[in-house]
Design a protein around this ligand. Sequence first.
Ligand SMILES: Cc1cc2nc3c(=O)[nH]c(=O)nc-3n(C[C@H](O)[C@H](O)[C@H](O)COP(=O)(O)OP(=O)(O)OC[C@H]3O[C@@H](n4cnc5c(N)ncnc54)[C@H](O)[C@@H]3O)c2cc1C
Length: 460
Amino acid sequence: MIGGGVAGMSAACALAEAGLRVQLVERRVYLGGRASSYVHPGVNEVIDNCQHVLFGCCTNLVGFYKRIGVAERIHWTSEMTMIEPGGRRSRLGPSKLGSWGLPAPLHGLPKLLSAHAFSFADKFALARAFAALMRPVAADSCESLGAWLRRHGQTQGATERFWRLVIASALNADIDSIALPYAAKVIRELFMNSAFAGSMGMSTVPLSELYGGAAEFLRRRGSEVLLNTNIERAEWDEKTSQWTLATRNGPLVSDFLVIALPFEATRKLIPHMPAAEGADALAGKIERHEHWPICSVHLWFDREITELDHAVLLDREIHWMYNQSRLQAGRGGHYIELVVSATRAFAALPREEAIRQALTELAEFFPRVKEAKLEKVVLVKEVRATFGVPPGIDAARPTAVSPWPNCFLAGDWTATGWPSTMESAARSGHLAAEAVCLTEGATRTFLEADLKPEGLMRLV
Ligand SMILES: Cc1cc2nc3c(=O)[nH]c(=O)nc-3n(C[C@H](O)[C@H](O)[C@H](O)COP(=O)(O)OP(=O)(O)OC[C@H]3O[C@@H](n4cnc5c(N)ncnc54)[C@H](O)[C@@H]3O)c2cc1C
C-alpha cells in the first residue's frame, strides 16, 4: 500500500481486517497525508495541516473511524453560526416542533427564514433553489453551479453569503468551476436529506493523534507501517506474480499493490511503472485535474476573543473561524484558526500582508481582538489542497482498477462520486480493498451504505 493518507489507511485497515498482511508505506514520518498534524517549529505548537471537518453523511470515514476505534473522538454539532462584519449573528441548523424534529427537508427552514444574514429576497431565492434541487440532477450534466444559479435568479446576497461561502467553500472552488451534480449532492446531504446527515464533525484531538489509531490497528494484526519511505519505482515479475517496490532502504515485495496517492504523485510514478496498455490514458486523465488552494491562519491570543466554537464569517476574505482551544480541550491557551478556502488571491499575498488582513477582518467580527495581545501566529498556504470538480471531471476519475496486474488505485481523486474530501479518500480506500479481495477470489463489502434520506425526502 503506497501512501499513508486517509485513502491508504482505510484500504490497509480494511484489508488487515480481512486477514491480509499489509505493508503501509508512507514517504513522510507521520500518517494522515493532507489530513495530518505536526509540531510547527516556528511556534513549537502542534497544528493541524488545516481544520478538517466531516459531516454525518460521511459514512465511510465514520466507518473507518469506528474500525480503528477513534469514532468517539469526533465532536458533532448541528448548529452553524453566521456572523456579519459588525458582529450580528444568525444561526442555521435544524429546528424542533416541541420534542419532535421537523421532517426533512423542512428541518432547516425556520432558522433559515429567521436568519438576519439574508434579506427576504435572498430567502425566497434560496427556497426556490432548494425546491429545484429536490428534483434529481443528471449525473452527466455539463452545467456549472454558477450558470445554474444565474438561471435560477439567485440574488447577490444568496450567491455571496450562501452559495459562494458555504457551498463553494465546502467544494473548495469558484462557483463557475463546480459541476452542478457535485453542488446538488452537497446541498442535499448537508441541508435536505436529514438533520444528522448535515451535522458537522470535528476532531477533539490533533489529526495525527486521531489517525495514530490506524497504525495501532495495523500493528495489532501483524501488518506494518513503514514511515519515511518513498516509493520511487515498481516492477512486476510475471513469473512470481509479485511486485517489487524500490525504496532507499531496499526492495519491498508484495502480491498486490495499491497506489493511494494524490493525482500528481500518481502521475509522477507512472513513468517508473512497467509499460502497460492504458497507462498513457491514465496519465492523460490525470492531466485534466487541477488544484485549488486553502490557507489557514493560526493565532494564539493572551485571552479568549469569543465564546463560540466555530463560525462562518461573512463578506470578507477569512471564511471560517475555529476556536481550537475549545474544540481540542487538551490544548489550553487561546488558539484560534481561520480558514480561507478557494481564494487564489489570498494565497498569493505575502505572509505579513495576509496575516495583517486576517487580523483586521477578525476584529470586525470579534471586537475583543482589538484588546487581545497576539502571542504567536502561523500562516499555512496549501496551494495543492484539493482537486477541483468542474463539469466533465468524472471522465477523468479512474476506478480502482489500474492498467497493471494486481495493482489498484485509491485516493480522493479517483471515481467515488465525492468531491476532494476525507470521505472520498475513505471511499476510494474501501473500494480498492474490495477489488483486492475480489482478485483473491473473496467477495468482501467494505463500502459503507449511504444514509437514507428521512422525512419527506424519502418520497423524492
Ligand atoms: C488545507 C486543507 C484543508 C482541507 N479541509 C478538508 C475538510 O475540512 N474536510 C475534508 O473532508 N477534507 C478536507 N481536505 C481534503 C482532504 O485532506 C483530502 O481529500 C484527503 O485527506 C485526501 O486523502 P488521500 O489519502 O487521498 O491523499 P493524501 O492525504 O494526499 O495522502 C497521500 C499520501 O501519500 C504520500 N506519498 C506521496 N508520494 C509518495 C511516494 N512516492 N511514496 C510513499 N508515499 C507517498 C503522501 O506523503 C501522503 O501522505 C483538506 C485538505 C487540505 C490540504
